[in-house]
Design a protein around this ligand. Structure first.
Ligand SMILES: [Zn+2]
Length: 334
């Protein structure tokens, strides 16, 4: 059965636009965890990640992103070219994902928001981890204009965390901090080891992982003044370069939806900061005429091998070039 599925998959790939040269698929991951987390069912486990990397190794040519961009510019991409990227700089990129990537010989680029290194926590993780540790009963956020959430099961914790994130993501940073500080104050001992340490970052770099910029503190660039946006892009780059001792080449826009999370002025700032290419989160594959500073990426979320491959094929039908329609990523991406 598995063999049949694989031959069907091979046939699909052979007939898809991916079989042509000059199509580049770029995958986004954020985290890989050891066991299924009921509060984060979308996060791949190490077993799922392993079969996904095995599929890439079997059916695709996986390239380092920097090399793939060079080849795209020179019209020298192999058929079924693919790149793997991780965003944000979670510790499990180093502790869980890297051993799998190395087992299958898969190169990877990791885009790091420098402010969270060494014990930092992104606001959405503060929400989830606070709800996970809440002592139960109810979480009354009415003073902040939010609901009173019943907390009596994993499902209620998960749905409260989801609802709070949905409501908070549109708030200004200061307001959102008020909400997350309040929620965090109702729970004990939140984790301070979710993100990479400088030691882990250095180890990734020394193991040949390409480190890319992702701003300093992961703001939505479109909500900043031009001066703030420039500062975020540059500060993030300088902080990482000081740690790895090498210039950064690649950048990923936080959240990454063109026109929504960032605009053309930010593309210019990224160029001026000295980056050589950048990735967004619009879906599709890059082609020879794609903007090298807004390369499309997509998140593989399927739980079976055949669906994963089918998703790669479907995604490849969106060629992200001028004159073609960009497809938006779901809002869950960061
Ligand atoms: Zn991010």
């Amino acid at each position: 059965m598995l063999k049949l599925q694989h031959s069907v998959s091979r046939a699909l790939l052979a007939l898809s636009p991916l079989a042509r040269r000059q199509r580049l698929s770029i995958l986004i991951y954020h985290r890989v965890i050891r066991e299924r987390d009921p509060m984060r069912p979308e996060v791949p486990t190490v077993d799922e990640f392993a079969w996904q990397m095995q599929l890439l190794q079997q059916h695709f040519t996986v390239l380092p992103l920097r090399e793939a961009v060079q080849r795209l510019k020179q019209n020298r991409l192999p058929p079924r070219a693919v790149c793997v990227t991780f965003d944000d700089g979670y510790a499990d990129t180093a502790t869980v994902a890297l051993p799998v990537l190395q087992r299958f010989g898969i190169p990877v680029t990791v885009f790091v928001a420098a402010a969270f290194l060494n014990g930092g926590r992104m606001w959405n993780d503060t929400v989830v981890e606070s709800l996970r540790r809440h002592k139960g009963g109810e979480l009354d956020l009415s003073a902040l204009g939010l609901p009173v959430y019943p907390i009596n099961s994993v499902a209620s914790r998960t749905s409260a965390a989801y609802d709070i994130q949905q409501r908070s993501k549109r708030l200004q940073t200061a307001q959102r901090k008020e909400v997350t500080d309040c929620i965090a104050s109702r729970s004990d001992s939140l984790p301070d080891d979710l993100m990479l340490t400088t030691g882990q970052l250095t180890m990734l770099h020394e193991q040949g992982v390409e480190i890319g910029g992702h701003t300093y503190s992961h703001p939505i660039l479109n909500r900043l003044t031009p001066a703030q946006a420039q500062e975020e892009i540059q500060q993030g780059k300088i902080a990482l370069e000081e740690i790895i001792g090498q210039p950064l080449n690649l950048f990923a826009y936080p959240n990454g939806r063109p026109g929504i999370d960032y605009n053309d002025s930010h593309v210019e700032l990224v160029k001026r900061a000295g980056f050589n290419a950048a990735v967004a989160t619009s879906w599709g594959v890059a082609g020879p005429r794609s903007d090298h500073f807004q390369l499309p990426r997509f998140t593989p979320w399927d739980k079976t091998a055949s669906r994963f491959l089918l998703r790669m094929v479907l995604n490849s039908r969106h060629l992200a070039e001028p004159g073609t329609e960009a497809t938006e990523t779901p809002e869950t991406s960061q």
